[in-house]
Design a protein around this ligand. Sequence first.
Ligand code: CUA
Length: 347
Amino acid sequence: MRSTTNAMTDAIRIFPFLAPAALATAGCQSVPAAIFRPESPGATAIHDLSIYLLVVAGIVFLLVEVLLLTAVFRFRNRPEEQAVQTHGNLRLETGWTVATAIVLFATLGLTVRTMGEASSVPQAALPQASAWPGDTLVLRVVGYQWWWKFEYPDSQVVTSNEVHVPVGRPIKLQLESADVIHSFWVPRLGGKTDMIPGQVNYSSFLPTATGSYEGECAEFCGTEHARMAFKVIVDTPSDFSAWVKAQQSPGAQPATDAQKAGQGAFLRSCGGCHTVNGSAAQGKTGPDLTHFGSRTSLAANTLPNTPDNLAKWLQDPQGVKPGNSMPNLKLDQATVGQLVAYLEKLN
Ligand code: CUA
């Protein structure tokens, strides 16, 4: 049975506007769409605009409701009275037209300014790498139904669904899609950017604090859109260098008998779709699993990465995430145990 936290997380992925209510009821830890706790200049700009809009919309809402209720009660139908008949009121009509225009133009101006700030790095410079600060880290992100591939062109690292970046360095995102339109969104680090097949879109963020940040697909892309999530882990520079170094190494060699048997089963059943560097498994259809054991979640942040959950996933991937591309291989219990032993060893 899925926990209430998971149910709430799913609900927020589908209805992000529920986030403030969930923040109040669930505490901050389990809420992915936490735009109210920004940790990059771009996300802060979006947060500030959201507060402005909430306040302005709140005032307008209250004003309209008060006028509406006043009209309903004060001018309700009284059979003994004939209503005053009027035609037009120049002062009133000019007033509400000018007031509305002022509010809308102020909102337009602030929105245009925020759009410029939202990427943390000047928009005009986006496609030209030479215009970026020298320490910019380039990250290529490809959306698939329903998972994420992350590539670091500079260090040749490839990973899936869980990505590490260093704190305080501008991150340039090169966003692509392998199938349908997805949208890259890490609420605490920046705005959404669509990932469109056959086109490269750019975005950026500048993380200002270490930690783990929930990301999600923000464009409906099929039945498992709600379970197309990922994590951005912001490391200190030295932790990040250590992580890159570990990721560049080939997959760990199996040591125990169970792990060796698991590797054999993996090469037979899984290697056509998944890659484990340093082995014959070089499939490109599914996520790269070279360092699967080092990730904290599986199936695009659907489940915590524990041996039990991995066994559940291997036995019935369609039960965990209906419609995903991983078939039910009808593995027996013993083979599942060996695969779990092998995969969790890939740290
Ligand atoms: Cu990918 Cu929604």
